[in-house]
Unconditional design. Structure first.
Length: 237
């Protein structure tokens, strides 16, 4: 990497290095050096841990009602190799990666290499600028995905979220009562509501009992203030 390329990469990642050697190392694959310790593997190892700490702390602070299992699922979505590869690709970083000519350019391998590149960059920033600099980079790049992953995780999983919230705040487990059903046997719809410690929450209709219970759990979560209220036409199944 010459000076111009280094500046271009710094502009892309939004961080200027004091020690440019760290940035060069972050983009150096083991296939182009005789000594593996001169490649980005060690930075990748460090960056992986820093990424995990920052994401865990962010999830812990942002979702105070979530228990360990829910937080772990969201974290897994965020720090996965697939997510890291996607972000690095969107930033256009692969073209700067220094690879040996003999490296297989299969899609699977390249995905792994570019995912490792993001972690190596995080490790390099951590050494060069400290934890806060690495944290700022991670939140800038991964922040939007945290909200998306949470929405994806919650969608269709309202019963699980309500159960955890109820056990944590009421020391009780929700039960679902069938209130009504309409339509012929081949095309019924069902009305259900959730009950927690004798408290009845707004009912919801579904094309089957499972869907009705999910929607009833969603209604309860909205009334409890766990979820924001949405208009009927935007409430997810």
């Amino acid at each position: 990497m010459n000076k111009t390329v280094l500046q271009q990469v710094e502009q892309i990642i939004g961080y200027e290095f004091s020690d440019k050697r760290l940035l060069r190392t972050a983009f150096t694959h083991s296939s182009v050096v005789d000594n593996p310790t001169l490649s980005n593997e060690r930075l990748e190892f460090l960056g992986d841990s820093v990424l995990g700490v920052v994401v865990c702390q962010t999830l812990f602070e942002r979702f105070p009602s979530y228990l360990e299992g829910e937080l772990t699922k969201i974290k897994s979505m965020i720090v996965s190799r697939k997510t890291c590869a996607k972000l690095a690709t969107e930033l256009g970083l692969l073209e700067f990666l220094n690879l040996g000519k003999g490296v297989n350019d299969s899609r699977a391998l390249m995905g792994s290499l570019i995912a490792a590149l993001i972690e190596a960059i995080i490790g390099a920033i951590y050494i060069d600028g400290g934890f806060e600099a690495a944290r700022d980079f991670i939140l800038r790049i991964f922040g939007p995905l945290i909200e998306q992953a949470d929405a994806k995780h919650i969608q269709g999983n309202f019963k699980s979220l309500l159960q955890q919230f109820a056990q944590q705040h009421f020391n009780a487990t929700p039960v679902y009562e069938l209130l009504d059903e309409k339509g012929p046997d081949h095309d019924k719809c069902f009305e259900t509501h959730a009950v927690i410690s004798g408290r009845h929450f707004p009912s919801a209709w579904g094309t089957n009992k499972k869907e009705a219970e999910q929607k009833a759990a969603q209604s309860a979560l909205i009334e409890l203030g766990v979820l924001k209220k949405k208009s009927p036409d935007t409430i997810s199944d």
